[in-house]
Design a protein around this ligand. Structure first.
Ligand code: ATP
Length: 286
């Protein structure tokens, strides 16, 4: 009798460590688990307690901290189909009617499937990137003078409120500016779970460095002198994206040693012996 509730197939094999995201702290994983726990309730329990599945999440924090990565991993964890992605500034460039129509379309597939298949419908994820862009002008009548921001927020609100019977939608909003997000969007039943993704601390940076050097380490391309802990110390205030950039840059420094002098890009015969060293990382850092 412990069949999972509707639209709720959390992959049982799913582990945080497998997400390829470094630096997530316990607070994050606790919120994360609580947000999705109702999706693995036995049938009827959610009704007994009187709770509904979380249908909206806000991921906020500085650029390059892995928000997009996390949103996509949530999709994988919940066995959802490929998320649909919508971008705030892009929406603003459209005419009022067109943006509303696009949002209507985003929800339409999920609504149709819910009607046809009911509880058997799969989960549909909509990722709204740079959500602050559409909220900025709300109430000011601005939005490039078109009021598009206003109408998009209103359309989102009406969709979220309208999905009362829809358990098969999860909206993930993302922003670097939580303070710009319309309060109305953050209320219960809407983007109700707020997850802050901050810059990684030293331990987090070490994890992220390890994640992004996995391939080179496993393939024997990383020299033994590379000191991940030391690099984690030296990359204070780096975002995950910047750490990923650092690793790429270090590889290019290593590659440079194998480009034949005087050529633009003819490679030396020992190219297969290429190793990325601590000096390459330090050069890249500089
Ligand atoms: P933005 O706010 O600029 O859209 P974001 O927070 O959505 O940025 P992502 O696009 O998810 O950031 O991150 C960019 C890339 O940086 C990721 O694809 C990944 O390679 C790397 N990255 C960022 N954060 C992490 C992390 N915590 N662990 C591992 N890789 C990370």
């Amino acid at each position: 009798n412990r069949r999972p509730a509707a639209n709720s197939v959390i992959r049982p094999d799913f582990k945080f460590e497998d997400m390829g995201i470094g630096g997530l702290d316990k607070e994050f994983s606790d919120i994360f688990r609580r947000a999705f726990a109702s999706r693995i309730f036995p049938p009827g329990l959610a009704e007994k307690i009187g709770i509904q599945h979380v249908r909206g999440i806000l991921l906020y924090g500085p650029p390059g901290t892995g928000k997009t990565l996390i949103a996509r991993q949530i999709g994988k964890m919940l066995n959802a189909r490929e998320p649909k992605v919508i971008n705030g500034p892009e929406v603003l460039n459209k005419y009022v009617g067109q943006s509303e129509e696009n949002i209507r379309k985003l929800f339409a597939d999920a609504e149709k499937e819910q009607k046809e298949k009911g509880d058997e419908s799969g989960l549909h994820i909509i990722i709204f990137d740079e959500l602050d862009a559409v909220c900025k002008q709300r109430g000011s009548g601005a939005g490039g003078g078109t009021g598009v921001g206003d109408s998009v927020v209103n359309q989102l609100l009406s969709k979220l409120d309208g999905v009362e019977q829809l358990n098969n939608i999860l909206l993930i909003g993302m922003t670097n500016r939580k303070d710009m997000i319309d309060e109305a969007l953050l209320r219960s039943g809407r983007l109700e779970v707020h997850m802050e993704i901050s810059l990684p601390d030293e331990g987090g940076r070490a994890q992220i460095l390890k994640i992004h050097t996995t391939k080179m380490r496993e393939n024997g391309k990383m020299a033994r002198d590379v000191d991940i802990q030391e690099l984690a110390k030296l990359t204070r205030n780096f975002s995950g994206a910047e750490i990923s950039g650092l690793v790429k840059s270090a590889s290019s420094f290593a590659l440079q040693r194998h480009i034949k002098g005087g050529t633009v890009a003819a490679l030396s015969d020992d190219i297969n012996e290429m190793q990325i060293t601590m000096a390459d990382f330090l050069g890249a850092l500089e």
